[in-house]
Ligand binder design. Structure first.
Ligand code: GDG
Length: 452
């Protein structure tokens, strides 16, 4: 049982989504996001294969090749799989557990059964398409059992695994009723990659405590990054037009996130509200734009997070806005790449305040759009990106005073110490340019190559 693909990427989602129009016509649209941008160049170079779910339940179209020569191999998931495996175990058990219990994880045996079934199904498909001795790169928390299953089905393969979210400390992870199975599943990989050294250390520590044989070289830290060349092209004059449409405020503050309770959107709104209240920010001079992309909308905790954010936006505008001049501009939409770039370029201060984040590509994208040294980044200490972007205005998102201080310091810094702020932004810009996503993928694959 083997195919003819010598390089295979496996992820929960394919890099394209299948849509069916009311008249039954089907179209594929590229799914946005960092992972696709990160892996597409490597796959294109190697004319590899991508195995994943096409984004629609109960459908598994025939595999096909993209114009760039990448073979897309859809895996079928039923609506029940989607609920148990994806919304349930992946996003209501693992996601909160791995993000340090910002909300309480749900431990449900049926969801676990669905997670195991779907991992087995993915592994079976990969075993069929991978050539003898092929390299398989498994992505993220939805597929942690896959390396172990695949190792049994196909001992000849070279298997890498990369976790895009944080890996928690042993005391939290040990809550998971199926902790042994997950650790053994991951250890089926020749190389297990994390964004940060701390994640790698947490995992080594846990594996050893669980009596699993593992050597230091089987885990490593590979901080992901962005492709600065694919951030879209801002429309000429777009920044001026945008600022004008906002009433030419002195300071534009921006937030861009999936609407997720880990991102600390409510906290940053509360910080802005208190600064307006105390007079440290002037509602006639400041505008906050919050872009909150819809995400995982059927999960209860996401609905709660959304109502809290929307209530705060309404309250702040009610208190401090005036007709035609809201202080907070809130978009619950996904914007085209080119438009997003204009927002990044226009923002004087970028607010990135997650309680916990594997990396946070938004912070790196903002920095990449400020090659002239303009702007300021307020960044949570608990985002993986804080390790590399330590020249940012760092804050503790659990401490409202800390967010307020970082934001106020960024605003006054831009006015009073523009040269210092410029140097800091330029240093971060260099870091992101030198450590881009190609470097991330190459360093992981080189380390994987060296493993067997
Ligand atoms: C996970 C981990 C880790 C957002 N809104 C729009 C839009 N976006 C794009 C951003 C960015 C991406 O989505 C979000 O990436 P993040 O890294 O910030 O966050 P997660 O989605 O939680 O990603 C994270 C990442 O995986 C990679 O390993 O960094 O820690 O949680 O690229 O630009 N893009 C467009 N319109 C929007 O409205 N076009």
């Amino acid at each position: 049982m083997s195919g003819d693909n010598s390089f295979v990427v496996v992820a929960n989602r394919l890099p394209v989504d299948l849509h069916t129009a009311p008249d039954g016509t089907r179209t594929w649209t590229p799914s946005p996001g960092g992972l696709v941008a990160a892996l597409s160049p490597v796959l294109e170079r190697q004319q590899g294969c991508w195995v994943g779910w096409p984004g629609i339940a109960d459908e598994a179209p025939e595999p096909f090749r993209t114009d760039a020569g990448v073979l897309l191999h859809p895996v079928r998931l039923t609506a029940a799989d989607f609920e148990g495996f994806y919304e349930g175990f992946s996003n209501a058990t693992l996601w909160p557990l791995y993000h340090d219990l910002i909300v309480t994880p749900v431990y449900d045996r049926d969801w676990w059964a669905a997670y195991r079934d779907v991992n087995l199904r993915f592994a079976t498909e990969v075993a069929e398409v991978a050539a003898e001795g092929a390299t398989v790169w498994v992505q993220d928390y939805q597929l942690q059992l896959l390396p172990g299953i695949l190792r049994q089905l196909r001992p000849d393969l070279r298997i890498g695994f990369f976790l895009h979210i944080p890996f928690p400390g042993a005391d939290l992870f040990r809550q998971l009723p199926w902790r042994e199975e997950i650790i053994r599943g991951l250890c089926g990989a020749d190389l297990i990659g994390f964004h940060l050294e701390s994640g790698a250390r947490n995992f080594l520590d846990l594996a050893r405590r669980s009596g699993v044989e593992i050597d230091d070289a089987q885990v490593g830290a590979f901080p992901i990054s962005i492709d600065p060349g694919s951030l879209g092209t801002g429309e000429p004059g777009g920044v001026e037009k945008l600022r004008e449409s906002l009433g030419n405020p002195a300071t534009v503050i921006l937030g861009v996130d999936r609407l997720d309770y880990t991102k600390g959107i409510l906290q940053r709104l509360l910080a802005v509200e208190e600064l307006l209240e105390s007079g440290a920010l002037d509602p006639d001079q400041v505008v906050l734009i919050q872009i909150a992309t819809p995400s995982r909308e059927r999960i209860d905790q996401y609905q709660v997070a959304r109502s809290q954010v929307e209530e705060a936006v309404g309250r702040i505008n009610g208190r401090f806005g005036s007709v035609g001049h809201p202080v907070v501009h809130y978009l619950h939409q996904s914007l085209p790449k080119d438009e997003l770039r204009t927002y990044y370029e226009a923002a004087d201060v970028m607010l990135v305040t997650p309680f916990k984040d594997g990396m946070n590509l938004v912070a790196k994208e903002y920095v990449a759009c400020h090659g002239d040294g303009s702007g300021a980044l307020v960044l949570s200490e608990f985002a993986g990106a804080a390790v590399e972007l330590h020249q940012a205005n760092l804050c503790n998102p659990f401490d409202l005073e800390s967010i307020k201080r970082a934001l106020a310091t960024a605003v006054t810094g831009l006015a009073q110490q523009p040269e210092v702020m410029r140097e800091r932004m330029l240093a971060m810009h260099r870091q992101v340019h030198e450590h881009d996503v190609t470097r991330w993928a190459d360093s992981f694959l080189t380390a994987l190559e060296a493993r067997r």
